[in-house]
Every structure is written in structure tokens, then in C-alpha cells.
Ligand binder design. Structure first.
Ligand code: NAD
Length: 312
């Protein structure tokens, strides 16, 4: 099998590539806007591994690069849900149009299978929790979430019109080694700049499910290999959750820092468009026979360890 991974030099993509290379040949297509060549450096030089540094918005390059592959793992996107507030067409271009390009290049190359990295942000702020995959209407409150939902719509339409098959995974917050963004990295960067004080966005009560990146990749591959509908949609996360104040406390403990002043910016959400309370119904993956190895708290604990280890 030949796998094509967009965003394969990124955080989740590079872990996925590590696993996919046990299953076949892999091409990574990445513009390195947030990913790093270092993350895939250990594979460079292998016969069954190719790295193409290019942008998904260069359609002719993408179409040519994709030729001859069997399955597309589409992991590339702007990863920062906050960035859309300043740059309102960022997710439209890097999410929606980039995904259209991926699908159109697949259609023209006769490639039938796509695995897509969606997000819990497609649900928006729901009155019902935990949220299952059947929940609707889907009303995202960030441009990032809006783009992920638009991508899901493009994927289901391409599947219907051109006889393609899709596996859509709505990730919770993914944490672990090689993280390129997210709350743990934010806190570490802030503490490195000022070890005496930690700014926490919101009132610290925001609470979400966290999944370790190794579990995330395991779940993607399990769901892909064990479901065979035309469009297969899964929440991929943990059933419990962890609040931001707990993450701060765990980090300070693991960094061995005492007497750090916690400065809350206040308010229920971290930033406009942030969904402060997220709870995932993970039954669909469980019924398929898969559960993450780590709980939400354990995933955060392991991720802090992984990221600090790299820093030292
Ligand atoms: P990441 O930024 O580490 O990875 C994204 C990769 O895509 C990077 O390597 C980047 O260089 C590449 N990329 C971006 N735009 C590109 C373009 N136009 N052309 C080519 N390459 C491009 O982020 P991640 O956390 O690994 O996220 C992977 C996917 O999972 C993304 O689609 C993200 O939206 C989704 N997701 C992530 C999380 C999370 O918590 N990390 C949660 C939900 C969904």
C-alpha cells in the first residue's frame, strides 16, 4: 500500500507516519508552515519514504505528487483555532480550500480513500453533553470549527458523487511529544520567559477531554481498519476531561516550581470562539472495540513529561 500524508511533518502527522511505515510506503506532503523536518528526519533516506515540501494550495504540484497512492491521510491545516480571529480567511484557505484541492486531486487521480482530521469544534457550544457523533445541528462558533465542518461536507459530497470512502475523526485535544501548539506548550513558554508568574487564559475552569498522541494515532488506524461504511465518523478522545487549572498545577509540580503566581485573565472562555466545556461520548469507538490507553489526566501528565524531556 502507498500512503500519502498531508501535514505529515506536523505533530500528529509525524506520529502517524511512524506507524504507517510499518504498513507500507509513505509520502509526506507538507509546506513546513508549522511542522518540522526534524519530526520526520529519522525516515529520510529510506526507499519507502518520500518527503515533498510543498503547499496544498499549489494544485498542479499536489495532483502530480498524489499520483499512484492508495490512501490519503489529510492532516494538514492551520492548527491554531485562535488565529482566525485576526486572520479571517486563514481557515477558509488552509482548511476548506486546501481540503477541496485534496479531494479534487484524489478524484483526478482515481484515489478512493481519505482519512480526515476533524475536530470537536464542529459541534460548537452544545446544551447536551457528552456529545455523540449523531448530535445536530452542528453550529461551530470559531472559523476553525466552521472550516472543519465545511471540510466534512465537501468530503461527504465527494464520497457520494464520486464513489469515494471516508473516515472522519473528530479529535479532542491531542497532546504529547512534538506538540507544535496547545495549552501545555503555551504554559511552558510563558514559564520559561517568566518563572515567577503564569498567565492563564479565562478563569481556569475550562474543561476538555485530552487524548495522548499515541492513542490518537492508534485510534485513527483502528477505526480505519475496522469500519467500512462509505462515510465513517468517529469522536476520537477520552470520555473524561481535565480542566485548565489542573493542567497548570500538574505542570508546576512536574517542573518542580513552587511560589508561582497564577494570573487569570478571567471569563468563562480562553478566547472568543473557544468552547469552554467539552465532553465527548466515545461509545462509537468503544463499540468498535477500541479504547485509549490513557485517561484525560494521564494523557496530560504523560504529555508534560514528554515535552519537558525534549526541552532538557
Ligand atoms: P500541526 O500544525 O503540527 O500539523 C499540521 C501540519 O500541516 C504541519 O506540519 C504544517 O506544516 C502542515 N500544513 C499546514 N498547512 C499546509 C498547507 N497549506 N500545505 C501543506 N502543508 C500544510 O498540527 P496538528 O496538531 O498535528 O494537527 C493535525 C491535524 O489535526 C490538523 O488538521 C488539525 O486541525 C487537527 N486537529 C488537531 C487537534 C490537536 O489538538 N492537535 C485537535 C483537533 C484537530
Amino acid at each position: 500500500m502507498k500512503y500519502f500524508v498531508t501535514g505529515g511533518a506536523g505533530f500528529i502527522g509525524s506520529h502517524l507516519v511512524d506507524r504507517l511505515l510499518n504498513m507500507g510506503a509513505v509520502t509526506v506532503y507538507d509546506n513546513l508552515s508549522s511542522g518540522k523536518k526534524d519530526f520526520i528526519g529519522h525516515h529520510l533516506g529510506r526507499n519507502d519514504f518520500h518527503f515533498i515540501q510543498a503547499d496544498l494550495l499549489e494544485f498542479a504540484t499536489l495532483r502530480e505528487a498524489m499520483r499512484g497512492h492508495d490512501v490519503i491521510f489529510h492532516m494538514a491545516a492551520n492548527p491554531d483555532a485562535r488565529a482566525g480571529i485576526e486572520d479571517t480567511d486563514l481557515d477558509l484557505k488552509q482548511g476548506t480550500i486546501a481540503t477541496y484541492n485534496v479531494l479534487e486531486a484524489m478524484r483526478l487521480n482515481g484515489i478512493k480513500e481519505i482519512v480526515f482530521s476533524s475536530s470537536s469544534t464542529v459541534y460548537g457550544e452544545t446544551p447536551v453533553k457528552p456529545i455523540s457523533e449523531d448530535y445536530g445541528p452542528l453550529l461551530p462558533i470559531s472559523l476553525y470549527g466552521a472550516s472543519k465542518l465545511a471540510c466534512e461536507g465537501l468530503i461527504t459530497a465527494f464520497c457520494h458523487l464520486f464513489n469515494m470512502q471516508a473516515w472522519i475523526f473528530r479529535f479532542a485535544n491531542v497532546v504529547g511529544a512534538r506538540a507544535t501548539h496547545g495549552v501545555i506548550l503555551d504554559f511552558i513558554n510563558k514559564l520559561e520567559n517568566n518563572p515567577g508568574e503564569l498567565e492563564i487564559l479565562g478563569d481556569g475552569s475550562q474543561e476538555k477531554p485530552y487524548i495522548h498522541v499515541e492513542d490518537c494515532v492508534e485510534g485513527i488506524l483502528y477505526g480505519f481498519q475496522h469500519s467500512n461504511g462509505q462515510v465513517n465518523i468517529f469522536n476520537l478522545g477520552t470520555s473524561a476531561s481535565t480542566c485548565v487549572s489542573t493542567i497548570a498545577r500538574m505542570l508546576l509540580e512536574q517542573m518542580g516550581l513552587a511560589d508561582v503566581k497564577l494570573k487569570y485573565t478571567g471569563g468563562k472562555r480562553g478566547w472568543p470562539g473557544d468552547v469552554p466545556q467539552v465532553r465527548f461520548d466515545t461509545l462509537r469507538m468503544e463499540k468498535l472495540g477500541w479504547k485509549p490507553r490513557y485517561t484525560s489526566d494521564e494523557a496530560v501528565h504523560e504529555a508534560i513529561k514528554d515535552i519537558l524531556k525534549k526541552d532538557n
